[in-house]
Design a protein around this ligand. Structure first.
Ligand code: NAP
Length: 313
């Protein structure tokens, strides 16, 4: 990477929103730089089959479609840095972006840092993370061949992960804090009708208990209706309780809503700072779909191009 380089557009984040913004800004000849972050390709790279992205009637693997996005953006002149941003200075233009010990400047910034898996916040959860507890079925499912596991959550992610994990596990118990799933009807049906999946309603984990060998032995559960406590043997636990936006870099510079999502002007991707745009899951607490993220990436690119054109006039 060249030091002190200046760009017209820097895109922070490389999921569907960021790479769509890259395709559009590259085709507008703005020569965007994408800073890919620690998880290039974003959330689709840790999911399995994507069945609801239009244009793929037989589905497509998450990592495969993101490779395609990346190649498409590269073809039109996007360049990449595979590293994480440590600091962004939005106080004056050009904006300054620090990556490790290097700094670059840009006339505009498109923020597409996405969201990360939310966790329960239990001490035993963090202690056993990677030792029986996981937040990524696609990454870790393989380790639980013929084991009994639990999945925590009641949304699309939890149902999708539960079904996916039946490929490996001998039994999957889906544990949900209410008596009704939040997931879409089709995902609910798949989970509820699967012979290897049992649903335990009205329960939440309160402690993960380690085995003598250091893995997971069982989980202590609380009934959310009665307060009753009981134990369930399981060798794996997958937490799938939603996501939180990756906005740590912007807590002091941009307006965030009560759930820490970046606030954009309605119907646009504009933040309160001229020249700074946000798209995808980092500013969308409602839809959070790959296709909506890609759509807002296109909006951010168009907003950016118009902003730069108006400035030149
Ligand atoms: P979500 O829809 O927000 O669901 C989170 C689930 O976790 C909810 O059932 C929630 O319970 C539960 N939960 C939250 N905090 C909890 C806690 N502290 N303890 C116990 N349970 C807790 O999140 P998601 O499933 O990740 O989905 C996010 C978005 O991505 C949605 O728009 C979804 O449609 C989309 N998505 C789509 C697909 C697909 O179409 N293939 C796959 C994955 C995700 P409550 O229901 O009680 O609130």
């Amino acid at each position: 990477m060249e030091e002190n380089k200046h760009y017209k557009v820097v895109i922070i984040g490389s999921g569907p929103a960021g790479l769509t913004a890259a395709i559009y800004t590259a085709r507008a000849d703005l020569k965007p730089l994408v800073i890919e972050g620690v998880q290039p390709g974003g959330q689709p790279t840790i999911t399995s089959e994507i069945e609801n992205y239009p244009g793929f009637p037989d589905g497509i693997l998450g990592p495969q479609i993101m490779d395609n996005f990346r190649l498409q953006a590269e073809k039109f002149g996007t360049t990449y840095i595979t590293d994480a941003v440590s600091k962004v200075d939005l106080k004056q233009r050009p904006f300054r972006i620090t990556i490790g010990r290097k700094e670059i400047t840009s006339d505009t910034i498109i923020i597409s840092t996405g969201a990360s898996a939310r966790l329960l916040g239990l001490e035993s959860e963090s202690r056993l993370m990677g030792h029986g507890v996981s937040a990524c079925a696609t990454c870790d499912g393989w380790f639980f061949r013929d084991k009994e596991i639990i999945v925590v959550g009641g949304g699309d992610s939890a149902c999708e992960e539960a079904v996916y994990l039946t490929k490996f596990a001998s039994k999957v118990t889906l544990i949900h804090r209410r008596d009704e799933l939040r997931a879409s009807k089709i995902m609910q049906r798949r989970a509820m009708n699967h012979p290897k999946i049992e649903i335990l309603w009205n329960h939440v984990p309160i402690e993960f208990i380690a085995s003598e060998t250091g893995g997971l032995d069982s989980v202590r559960l609380k009934n959310t209706q009665t307060g009753e406590i009981h134990f369930l043997k399981c060798q794996g636990a997958f937490i799938a309780i939603g996501h939180q936006p990756n906005t740590e870099l912007f807590t002091n510079s941009l307006e965030l809503d009560k759930n820490n999502y970046i606030v954009t002007q309605p119907g646009t991707t504009k933040t309160a700072i001229p020249g700074v745009f946000a798209c995808g899951d980092v500013q969308d607490s409602i839809y959070q779909q790959m296709v909506t993220a890609a759509g807002s990436g296109a909006m951010a690119a168009i907003d950016t191009e118009r902003f730069l054109t108006e400035e030149e006039e």
